[in-house]
Design a protein around this ligand. Sequence first.
Ligand SMILES: [Zn+2]
Length: 278
Amino acid sequence: MQTPLPEYEIYAIRYATREGFRRDNFIGGDAHDGPMPMDYYSWVAVGSTGAYVIDTGFTAEMARERKRSFLRCPVDSLALLGLEAAAVRDVILTHLHYDHVGNFHKFPNARFHLQEREMAYATGKYMRYPRIGHSYHVEDVVGLVRLNFKGRLEMHQGEVEIAPGLTVHPTHGHSDGLQSVRIHSKRGWVVLASDATHYYENMATNRPFTTALHVGQMLDAYRTLERLAPTPRHIVPGHDPYVMQEYPAASPALANVVVRLDLEPIHPALRFGGPARH
Ligand SMILES: [Zn+2]
């Protein structure tokens, strides 16, 4: 008899936000420009074998430097879930952009899971161009190189099972080595897209976000997300403020701070004009 897959609790922690406009969030701009803010998240999967942190956010210093509104330290926020960073053994980094890997040094006992291709990209020739290098913080990249020399970096190639019921999947395009994370829960497989789709609308209308290395791969990555998820409602975008309304808060006190992605959504799916344009 097959052992049933473990079921994880999955949390999204909202740690920062910024104002923005629709024209900033779609390649080619948007004919109906208007405000479209962006939220920043760190995610945690908690199972019987421990807590898996997915992306580590940025620091208060980085928020000041990049003029983001910092709401709370994503690592300190683990305490809201009864967790502490020192006890975390595995951190999954979807990619190395500054808003996903800052604070890595606050996990003294963790090993870090990353696509090898992302490390090659972040240390490669294109970083000389501000259009591409600006999304990375050089001290983060150097810090990850140091972690590798300490044997704490697991560089994966392609789809890999990190733990039973928790797998990573390449969704390249936004960066060269981006990976999304699929986690088994009581409502089935939940797919943390991370920046494979910043907003629901990017994927729903096949209009990728403006930070792009390879637009065709970004469009293909939407198809990968669709393949991995049992329904579109199991796909969680990386920066969409609606996620905080859509899912139930982890507790009444944590409304708009931490939501449970392993529970059914409590608000309807967003609708965007017309069918997806494949
Ligand atoms: Zn991001």
